[in-house]
Design a protein around this ligand. Structure first.
Ligand SMILES: Nc1ncnc2c1ncn2[C@@H]1O[C@H](COP(=O)(O)OP(=O)(O)OP(=O)(O)O)[C@@H](O)[C@H]1O
Length: 322
């Protein structure tokens, strides 16, 4: 869907921001770009909607070279979410969200109805928040409006630059979870920039770990944690990658013990597919040392997870990635 072919960007002062970059984001995939400050993440992203033009190489969107597209037309198909959100201060939340559809000619009533739906989707009741101005919202709520606004024109592609950067860690984690939930429904092709490895791991279907101006490793989060491609990536992911792996390893049936072996129904539950981290957090609060695991579709109990199960799951993940 988005394809970089040998893309280099050199700024007029001679700074090489990215060099010979080649990678691809599949349709409906969420790829996170992670790396230290100044490594070229934002430059990479801004070349996709032509806010920055590459020096050499080309970028294809749905098979078409974007260099031959009209930049304004191009940007209509690409939602853009930035950390400072960039809401219009003198417009209400509803008006802000309806801006792009109206710009592209959607009748006002229809644009507003769609905006209300989207606000609902990102967890803001339009009846409560629709009439407010941005300054009357918390940072997290503004961030959600930013996401709703980017989705309003229903673009197939979303670019997100540190979209959850401006909020505290607790709100951030909640927004990330909500966003993943949302992505399950909307299935956009997303390029998301972050300097936070945890965020990259939690959100990305695949991660691009940047060194200076180049991608050191492009792989699934679990693979980056299990087998860092270079010394640099190993030091970037750090010594606690065993713990980070909890966040990317799902609870599977094979990890479970039979339900009701001791006749007592578990008092806490997670669904199959939840992360081990989530499961372990619950497990640590349970005196019984076990939690129930349910089928995400039917809600039925399919087994229980114990500390041994967590251990088994981690071993399984290690073996799979080895
Ligand atoms: N207009 C410009 N002119 C010259 N150099 C630039 C320009 N914009 C960015 N750079 C340089 O290009 C490099 C990559 O910048 P970029 O903004 O892409 O990094 P980043 O990884 O997004 O960083 P951060 O996480 O701090 O936002 C940096 O060395 C930066 O100083």
């Amino acid at each position: 869907m988005i394809r970089f072919e040998h893309v280099t960007k050199r700024y007029p002062d001679g700074t090489t921001a990215v060099e010979d970059l080649s990678f691809e984001v599949a349709e409906g995939e969420l790829v996170t770009l992670v790396g230290p400050s100044g490594c070229g993440k934002t430059t990479t992203m801004k070349m996709v909607n032509r806010l920055i033009e590459p020096t050499s190489g080309r970028i294809l969107l749905g098979g078409e070279d974007i260099a031959s597209a009209d930049p304004v037309e191009l940007r209509r198909h690409i939602g853009y979410v930035i950390q400072q959100v960039g809401l219009f201060p003198h417009k209400t939340v509803l008006e802000n969200t309806a801006t792009v559809p109206q710009l592209i000619g959607t009748p006002k009533a229809k644009a507003r109805a769609r905006a209300a739906e989207l606000l609902e989707l990102v967890g803001l009741d339009p009846a409560v928040y629709g009439g407010r101005y941005p300054e009357q919202l918390s940072g997290g709520q503004r961030q959600r409006v930013g996401v709703a606004r980017a989705l309003a024109a229903d673009p197939p592609v979303l670019l997100m630059d540190e979209p959850f950067g401006a909020v505290d860690p607790v709100v951030r984690e909640r927004l990330q979870n909500e966003f993943l939930e949302l992505q399950r429904t909307v299935r956009k092709t997303i390029l998301l920039v972050t300097h936070d490895l945890e965020e990259a791991i939690r959100l990305g279907d695949r991660i691009a770990v940047y060194g200076t101006g180049t991608i050191e490793q492009f792989a699934r989060p679990a693979a980056v944690l299990a087998a860092p491609a270079t010394e640099y990536v190993a030091s970037f992911v750090g010594a606690d990658r065993g713990l980070k792996r909890l966040a990317v390893t799902p609870v599977e049936r094979a990890d479970l013990a039979g339900a009701g072996e001791d006749g007592k129904a578990p008092t806490a539950e997670v669904a199959l597919g939840a992360s081990l981290r989530e499961a372990l957090a619950l497990l640590l609060q349970e005196d019984s040392g076990r939690i129930g695991v349910t089928d995400p579709d039917s809600g039925e109990l399919v087994g229980v997870l114990t500390p041994e199960g967590v251990h088994r799951a981690l071993r399984r993940a290690q073996l799979q990635e080895a």
